[in-house]
Design a protein around this ligand. Structure first.
Ligand SMILES: NC(=O)c1ccc[n+]([C@@H]2O[C@H](COP(=O)([O-])OP(=O)(O)OC[C@H]3O[C@@H](n4cnc5c(N)ncnc54)[C@H](OP(=O)(O)O)[C@@H]3O)[C@@H](O)[C@H]2O)c1
Length: 259
């Protein structure tokens, strides 16, 4: 089976490509750095020739409201059009748990637009909504930082390891199209402020995390359950503490990693 991973050089894409190749699949890692763009269409027809499955794990280079909307709308329209022409039988896309509860953010409005284009297309699809990646917790803290202080709300939070995300996306992509949205999440639930505090402490980051119910998550208000999945979400196996132990071991002596 030929599988094209669009965004195959990214955090999830590169892990996914490796896993699928490990299962003996013919995999094309498509991205601008490999001469394939879902925005301009460059290299797309060639990459998709003879493919059974296309997996979209792209992300927009800019998260500014208009730019991110333009990226996901243009990219998704192009992918669906080129995939239809190539006879691709399964379009798989990675989205985010709680997207419809986070629409104060331009990023999530763009992810919802992406999902809606997929649902309206003639191609059989599976949309996979994942919770936040463990690797993303530092960036959430960075966004809530002023000086040496991080303010975050105590919202419920069920993140997962990028490795588990890639494993679940690969497994679902090798199955039949579900014509539905499925959710994947981590095995444990935390409070966002508490997890950020543990993450920063483990990486010896001196910033103090202050619990503030009125603080924003990536610039928007979040309700207590906005970020958590439904009860039927498929759960990853990697526990945060184990990921943290492994990740802090890889810290170069000269600085902190981009966790
Ligand atoms: N962060 C989270 O916690 C989270 C949670 C749930 C879901 N997600 C979703 O997961 C997806 C993947 O995230 P990620 O963190 O793996 O992204 P990432 O590391 O930023 O990688 C983005 C990928 O998109 C590619 N790309 C950019 N512009 C492109 C274009 N015009 N044509 C084709 N490919 C293009 C990049 O290629 P180059 O390397 O060549 O630039 C790269 O391979 C995103 O859609 C995101 O919304 C994220």
């Amino acid at each position: 089976m030929k599988i094209v991973v669009i965004g195959g050089t990214g955090l999830i894409g590169s892990k996914l490509v490796k896993k699928l190749r490990g299962h003996g699949q013919e995999v094309v890692a498509a991205s601008p750095s490999a001469g394939v763009s879902s925005i301009t269409g460059e290299g797309l027809a060639d990459a998709l020739k003879g493919a059974s499955v296309a997996i979209d794990v792209t992300n927009s280079p800019s998260w500014e409201d208009a730019a991110v909307m333009k990226f996901f709308e243009t990219s998704t329209r192009n992918l669906l059009e080129y995939e239809a022409a190539a006879g691709v039988g399964h379009h798989v896309a990675l989205s985010v748990v709680g997207t419809e509860r986070l629409l104060e953010s331009g990023f999530f409005r763009a992810k919802l637009a992406q999902e809606n284009l997929i649902k309206a297309s003639a191609i059989l699809y599976t949309i996979i909504r994942a919770t936040q990646f463990f690797e993303f917790v530092k960036s959430i803290a960075d966004f809530g930082t002023v000086g040496k202080t991080v303010r975050l709300p105590p919202a419920l939070f069920q993140p997962m390891a990028a490795d588990d995300v890639a494993g679940a996306v690969g497994r679902i992509a090798m199955g039949s199209p579900l014509k539905a949205t499925v959710e994947i999440a981590g095995p444990e639930q935390f409070r966002l402020d508490e997890l950020a505090r543990r993450n920063l402490a483990a990486f010896k980051d001196p910033r103090e995390v202050i619990t503030d119910p009125s603080a924003r998550y990536y610039g928007i208000n979040v309700s207590e359950r906005a970020l958590v999945p439904n009860d039927d979400a498929q759960l990853g196996v990697t526990r945060f503490e184990d990921w943290l132990r492994q990740s802090t071991k890889q810290v170069p002596k000269t600085g902190r990693p981009a966790a």
